[in-house]
Design a protein around this ligand. Structure first.
Ligand SMILES: [Zn+2]
Ligand SMILES: [Zn+2]
Length: 167
């Protein structure tokens, strides 16, 4: 499925390196002022968008669903697959985790942070945060990370980097 089949009235958003599907869908929806239900309708995917934004990948995305989503968001299926956990690799739906040092470089939630095998960020050798170090609030699903700060105390994700510990 080629990206040129994109609906011409929608803004395109390119996934960042390693970005999770939830975070990508949130950015795409915000750029286009769409709710999960609205995007589901545009793609003919019903309630699946809301489930995927919460990392509910059971049942896994079918090839048909991936192709339908690819057309609407204007991103190739191969690229969309990279926003999902690799096949056969276990992931945690919660808590949502963050390497703030990575976020400074690339402001997105990375799918690798939710993999069960990840004990910390390999790049920075830092432990992942699973709550706001300032107020203890859990992170929301990445589709809701648009502002880039804790929804309770407004500490920015970037500022949380000094609270990560080396492991
Ligand atoms: Zn990192
Ligand atoms: Zn907070």
């Amino acid at each position: 499925m080629e990206a040129e089949n994109i609906k011409p009235w929608l803004f395109r958003v390119q996934p960042y390196q390693g970005e999770s599907l939830s975070h990508f869908l949130g950015r795409f929806r915000q750029a286009n002022d769409l709710t999960p239900t609205g995007l589901g309708k545009a793609a003919g995917l019903g309630g699946a968008i809301a489930r995927w934004e919460k990392f509910r990948f059971n049942p896994p995305l079918s090839q048909q669903q991936l192709e339908a989503l690819a057309v609407v968001v204007g991103v190739d299926v191969d690229r969309l697959v990279q926003t999902l956990p690799p096949a056969g690799v276990g992931m945690k739906m919660e808590p949502i985790r963050l390497c703030a040092a990575c976020y400074i470089k690339s402001p997105c939630h990375k799918i690798e942070w939710q993999l069960k095998v990840m004990q910390g960020c390999d790049r920075h050798k830092l432990s992942l945060l699973s709550e706001c170090p300032n107020c203890g609030a859990r992170f929301k699903f990445p589709a809701l990370w648009v502002d880039g700060w804790c929804q309770r105390c407004f500490m920015t994700f970037a500022d949380m980097a000094t609270h990560q510990k080396y492991y």
